[in-house]
Unconditional design. Structure first.
Length: 75
């Protein structure tokens, strides 16, 4: 004869398992995003800020006509 199915606390036990799987999955996804996207992006921003010449960027933007309504250095 087959054993009876375990129906007592079935929802509670199943919910514990599903919550644990969801928690582990979300932690893995968060860690993958942090170390796969956020850290390299932050490093590239820091490298850009170390190497950028603000005066050269301003001169390029001024030459391109970005500042149409600002006369700037009284020119």
């Amino acid at each position: 004869m087959a054993t009876k199915p375990v129906l007592r606390n079935l929802l509670l036990n199943q919910s514990k398992i599903e919550f644990s799987v969801a928690l582990v999955g979300s932690v893995i996804a968060a860690a993958a995003y942090k170390f796969g996207i956020e850290v390299p992006r932050r490093k590239s921003y820091e490298d850009y800020e170390k190497n950028v010449d603000a005066d050269a960027v301003y001169a390029r933007m001024k030459a391109a006509g970005v500042f149409q309504y600002y006369k700037g250095d009284s020119e």
